[in-house]
Design a protein around this ligand. Structure first.
Ligand SMILES: Cc1cc2nc3c(=O)[nH]c(=O)nc-3n(C[C@H](O)[C@H](O)[C@H](O)COP(=O)(O)OP(=O)(O)OC[C@H]3O[C@@H](n4cnc5c(N)ncnc54)[C@H](O)[C@@H]3O)c2cc1C
Length: 384
């Protein structure tokens, strides 16, 4: 075994870290307070080419491997959780189906400008009545004139209010449940495509979220992204693995920021005549956080390595996401206790870490649902 990153990966991490420190971190608080899409920051960031991280070079991408991309996501989340969500949506879910299944014409029209940041993409599964349970999808796609007619509404769409294109999950056969679902590309300007409410969120400010409306939206056959109708859910497995490990490493980054700030605070804050870092109950928080953090990070990078090696690793990716998110929730809680009353003041970043971390419970799957799946898999395994 070898736990070291390669020299190339270390150089890449240092370059991304430098970008995040220069470009994003000075604006983190302003982005959080404005709670709007930071268009200027987006343009500056897009010019660096990272939006094509996982896409082939012939479309302007970087063709990076999975481990390199995970290093990128971990460093990015140090900057701003909201901006990181906008960017990761563009790199991963937002362009995945277009990049993998789009025709050459679609790739030139949609993927190439998306990699340059000139078009913004997203994916929409969730509806008012269905989130975890995709089998409850009510958006329909019906055959019409060598194409498909889409009707329905999607909720909680990251980048929804600003997207130029979206990949939409719809049922082509409601009687088949999950096996009747497919993904369709819908581009802004298509008649019947509109936007509904914008959702004001607790955290992840800077990532704009809202509702999308499909009212008799007709798209041609080539906009069905995948191998024929009914393969939608099957095709999400590969990308969901990456999304879960990305979420795990974002959790590690947020936890590290919160506890890193708390370490400095504990060394400077004096109570009863000495810095609070000298009290055992405070030190214990750092000791146990260190253990959980290291374990979470190892699980996440192991899962990333398994994806890279093309091993079956759906469960390992779920474990990594769930463990790291719970670790992060505990870290932001402990860090805010170390800050005492100041953790409640908007002037300190602790309140932002606390708000941002809540998203980790739902992104990449709710923990109750993941536990259900993992528990059933564990029971099936048998042996010891
Ligand atoms: C900031 C943010 C951004 C998002 N961005 C997007 C996006 O870009 N595109 C998109 O499509 N969606 C997006 N979502 C939606 C997200 O994917 C859903 O919130 C998530 O899938 C959970 O669905 P739900 O909220 O409807 O909860 P539900 O599925 O209704 O779950 C509610 C509760 O019931 C529990 N539960 C459900 N089923 C079971 C079960 N079988 N066993 C035990 N417990 C169960 C859950 O764990 C949870 O505690 C976003 C959400 C947030 C918060």
């Amino acid at each position: 075994m070898d736990f070291r990153f390669t020299q190339e990966q270390e150089f890449f991490r240092a370059a991304v870290r430098d970008t995040v420190d220069r470009l994003i971190r000075p604006k983190t608080q302003a982005v959080d307070e404005a709670d709007d899409f930071p268009r200027e920051l987006w343009k500056e960031f897009a010019a660096l080419g990272y939006l094509g991280l996982r896409h082939p070079e012939r479309y302007g991408g970087m063709d990076a491997d999975v481990l390199t991309s995970m290093i990128f996501y971990e460093e990015l989340a140090r900057g701003s959780c909201g901006f990181s969500m906008t960017v990761t949506m563009q790199i991963l879910m937002g362009t995945y189906f277009v990049g993998r299944f789009g025709s050459e014409a679609i790739k030139q029209r949609v993927l190439v400008p998306a990699i340059k940041g000139e078009k913004i993409g997203t994916i929409c599964f969730t509806e008012d009545q269905s989130g975890s349970d995709l089998g409850g999808t009510r958006t329909t796609a019906v055959r019409k004139d060598n194409g498909w007619l889409l009707n329905g509404r999607k909720m909680w769409v990251t980048n929804g209010p600003i997207c130029d294109f979206c990949t939409v999950l719809a049922t082509t056969d409601p009687s088949k449940g999950m096996e009747g679902l497919s993904f369709f590309l819908v581009e802004d300007g298509t008649p019947g495509f509109g936007r509904g409410q914008i959702i004001k969120k607790l955290g992840s400010h800077g990532s704009v979220t809202g509702e999308l409306i499909f009212d008799n939206v007709w798209v041609p056959d080539e906009n069905l992204l995948g191998e024929g109708p009914g393969n939608g859910v099957k095709l999400t497995t590969a990308i969901l693995n990456e999304v879960r490990v990305m979420t795990a490493l974002s959790a590690c980054a947020i936890a590290n920021e919160a506890m890193g700030d708390a370490r400095k605070y504990a060394q400077e804050r004096v109570a009863f005549g000495k810095p609070i870092a000298q009290y055992q109950l405070i030190r214990g928080k750092f000791g146990s956080h260190w253990a959980w953090y290291e374990a979470a990070r190892l699980l996440a990078y192991k899962a990333a390595w398994m994806i890279e090696e093309k091993q079956e690793c759906q469960h390992e990716c779920m474990l990594a996401k769930m463990f790291a998110a719970e670790m992060c929730l505990s870290a932001v809680d402990e860090a805010s206790r170390i800050y005492g009353g100041n953790s409640f003041a908007m002037e300190y970043a602790q309140q932002r870490y606390f708000r941002d971390a809540r998203f980790l419970l739902f992104g990449g799957g709710c923990h109750e649902v993941l536990l259900n799946t993992l528990g059933a898999a564990y029971l099936r395994r048998g042996g010891k």
